[in-house]
Design a protein around this ligand. Sequence first.
Ligand SMILES: Nc1ncnc2c1ncn2[C@@H]1O[C@H](COP(=O)(O)OP(=O)(O)OP(=O)(O)O)[C@@H](O)[C@H]1O
Ligand SMILES: [Mg+2]
Length: 377
Amino acid sequence: MSVARLTTHNFRNLLPSTISFHPKLNFFVGDNGSGKSSLLEAIFFLGHGKSFRTSKLEHLATYENDNFVVSIKDDLDLQLGLSKSLATGKTHIKINGENHARLSELAKNIAVQIVTPESFKLFFGGPKERRRFVDLGMFHVKHNFSQQWREFNRVLKQRNACIRNNLDKATLDYWSELFCTLSLEVTAIRTQYVEDLIAELPEWLELLLPNIADKISVQYLRGWPQKKELVVALADGYEKELAYGYSLYGAHKFDVKFLIAKQPLESLLSRGQQKLFLLALTFAQAKLIARVNRVKPILLIDDIGAELDLISRKALSTAINKLDCQVVITAIDEGVLRPIINDAKSIDEESNKKTNYHMFHVKHGGILPVNNSVMIE
Ligand SMILES: Nc1ncnc2c1ncn2[C@@H]1O[C@H](COP(=O)(O)OP(=O)(O)OP(=O)(O)O)[C@@H](O)[C@H]1O
Ligand SMILES: [Mg+2]
């Protein structure tokens, strides 16, 4: 799917508005504090049921309001809506006018990926963000995975409670056995997914980091020592787990490490290169999601100019064209977008279409279409 229209009400500083999107390229340009990230946040919220920059929902409703609404109509007229009342804490999810209880129902219909100027710091900062990244792809690519992952987490919780409360060994053994079985199942699916992701990556690295693409390697850590069976790792780690009070090994502890010349990527690459790497990885993941054909991913890139020079932005433009999915980009000024706009215009000429992108100016929360770019249907 691609977003055709976005409507927000009481969301951050955004004035109530309905925005008409281009199926491929959309640019939002505005000064600091105008509302660009808020706009991406609204789309992200619909895909994830949470924000990418705050865990406090009260931050999302416009000051002095206690509710907000975000809704989308896609290119096939599917309507997705989410409203949140801060007063009651209730979330209402609507798909084509019908109420739904689960956020995952929304997420089945829309796959939103985001890269912000902070993303690479989070991504390289610790395993949590890398796990989140991989899990998002898994959710959209391996459809049975969610069910198994829920079951795994239920057992993990039980096992953790056993450890924390120092229950008898027989009870712990019972949960450990289940835990091992599920860990192996989850790991088998995840390993396959990560292998697919790794296979997809070089193409995007060649475009975005051509000078070092062939030096980058990926290491997948399944969540327990490489040379041990999980059951042995658990037996050997029994005392340690009791001391920590939770499960130290298992499928929940997986990680993906990226190396260059056998060293962690983040300690050798520049900030701009790290951002390009994360973009390449995001593109690779988007391609895998698109290939499954349930949903087309929507890629949000916040403040594209941050860290990237002209050559990198040109390379990014080539990658965006190759990706063939909807992209929403924000920038502080139009100049930063020039390589991407120029590419879009040359494609316009070839295809004889009027426009190949929509451009908006964002000012004090208001979003104004820029003439010639937005065709009003
Ligand atoms: N709940 C809220 N209600 C009203 N305004 C808010 C709320 N939360 C944040 N703001 C304000 O909204 C404005 C837009 O913030 P946003 O982060 O979207 O700006 P931006 O265009 O991305 O800026 P930058 O270029 O600096 O990243 C800011 O002035 C911010 O203080
Ligand atoms: Mg911003």
